[in-house]
Ligand binder design. Structure first.
Ligand code: ADP
Ligand code: MG
Length: 345
């Protein structure tokens, strides 16, 4: 653990440690809590050594590149304090796996850096349950981390592997490619509006969009199946228009998007048009894959979707002219007033 305090000099009283104050809580110290909630023996090939030593050791298969991504969740900014700990554990890992999915990488392992104001065994047990349930579904190990006192803040780093040279990147979209998205967009934003009280949703409707917000399903199998098929990919985390913009700028192209084709849930489809547009185009927290593929690979995309166990929808086309053009069902262009989420804007 790293702390901001200066360690006592060797001559200072208490330096032997016996009368040093407990680090985390009188009942459950830092190492006991790691042992109880987070220490599990690694089980998969590719992890040579898990947590407990100074480093974990990863051994990607021959010919593979290591894919690495980090995402942090901060209370009040990325999640509400009302979220159940199981769901928070799920989401902390899910948003990271979504980045591996967007690269077409196979997950191997992850680390967890955790700051929390106090040791709350009920919170930790729930959090670990949600975290490990998702980890087990993807067959990956928690191989290390850091645990400290502080405002609630969760940072997961994921490690995956991808055959050298075949990661899906943002830069590969070409004019003429079809533009696709997995699943549906906008439910997480609708749930946020429900929490804010700007919309009123019936009980089961609210539960279903709340699940989308709190329990996103990373599209890992789809991402892997799209290797060699998609020309570019990104996961939609900060809002569709902003994330599409990342592909377009990196690829030096533009896009035409058919608003009516954009997939939305039945709950969102019952909302006023303007709210639907806002949620679908600029929602955020969707964790679906947005990708491009040559028109000639249309059927291969559909096969990848079947292999990935999730629906995909063709929503537009890549064009040479820069910028995003969103058109309605009649082909008329909509004024573009949406942009991606920016923490500092
Ligand atoms: P160091 O000070 O050498 O970095 P720590 O005392 O922070 O080690 O952690 C001890 C061991 O426990 C390390 O192997 C570390 O990776 C692991 N660890 C710490 N926190 C967590 C956590 N939240 N989840 C999983 N492993 C953890
Ligand atoms: Mg450490």
């Amino acid at each position: 653990m790293t702390t901001a305090t200066t360690p006592p000099s060797p001559a200072a009283p208490g330096c032997a440690g016996a009368d040093a104050p407990p680090e985390a809580s009188a009942t459950l110290g830092e190492f006991a809590l790691i042992e109880r909630f987070f220490a599990r023996a690694p089980r998969r090939a590719g992890v040579a050594l898990g947590n407990g030593d100074d480093c974990a050791l990863l051994a990607p298969a021959a010919g593979m590149q290591l894919a690495v991504s980090t995402d942090m969740l901060v209370e009040g900014r990325h999640f509400l304090s009302s979220v159940r700990p199981e769901r928070l554990g799920h989401k902390a890992l899910a948003v990271n796996l979504s980045d591996l999915a967007a690269c077409g990488a196979e997950p191997l392992a992850f680390t967890l850096a955790l700051a929390m104001p106090r040791v709350d065994p009920v919170f930790l047990a729930g959090f670990a349950e949600g975290l490990f349930a998702l980890a087990e579904r993807h067959g990956i190990d928690l191989v290390g981390g850091d645990t400290t006192a502080g405002p609630l803040n969760l940072c997961v780093t994921v490690f995956g592997q991808v055959p050298a040279g075949s990661a899906l990147l943002r830069s590969g979209a070409r004019a003429g490619d079809e533009l696709w998205v997995s699943g549906t967009l906008g439910d997480a934003r609708l749930a946020l509006e429900g929490f804010r009280g700007s919309v009123t949703l019936a009980g089961e409707d609210f539960e279903s969009v709340r699940r989308a917000m709190e329990c996103p399903q990373p599209r890992v199998a789809l991402g892997m199946a799209l290797r060699g098929v998609a020309s570019a990919a990104i996961d939609v985390s900060d809002g569709f228009v902003g994330d599409l913009g990342h592909i377009l700028r990196r690829s030096g192209v533009g896009a035409r998007v058919e608003l009516a084709a954009m997939p939305r849930s039945v709950v969102l489809a019952r909302q006023p048009q303007r709210l639907q547009q806002e949620c679908v185009l600029a929602g955020g927290d969707d964790y679906e894959l947005l990708f491009t593929a040559p028109a000639a690979r249309h059927d291969a995309v559909l096969a990848a979707a079947r292999a990935g166990g999730v629906g995909v929808t063709r929503i537009g086309r890549i064009e040479a002219e820069a910028g995003v053009r969103i058109v309605d069902a009649q082909g008329a262009a909509l004024p573009l007033r949406w942009h991606g989420y920016d923490h500092f804007a």
